[in-house]
Ligand binder design. Structure first.
Ligand SMILES: [Zn+2]
Length: 70
């Protein structure tokens, strides 16, 4: 992570962390050993996996999981 990168972790992510904090700020928290870094990164990671599981369930219901998994 670049210390001047003001973009969010994942551009199309709507989680609290991505909507409110830049990569530069998260990098600062990590290097400062602020525990807030772990809270914010966990929020993004849980949001990511929740969205992934929704997409997988949708692919299974839609009968295109094999293509989706590639
Ligand atoms: Zn996010």
């Amino acid at each position: 992570m670049d210390k001047e990168d003001l973009s969010q972790i994942e551009e199309d992510c709507n989680c609290y962390t991505c909507k409110n904090f830049s990569k530069a700020y998260l990098r600062h928290l990590l290097l400062s050993e602020e525990l807030t870094f772990y809270t914010l990164s966990t929020i993004h990671n849980l949001f990511f996996f929740n969205r992934l599981m929704e997409d997988i369930r949708r692919a299974i219901r839609g009968g295109y999981f094999k293509e989706f998994s590639k």
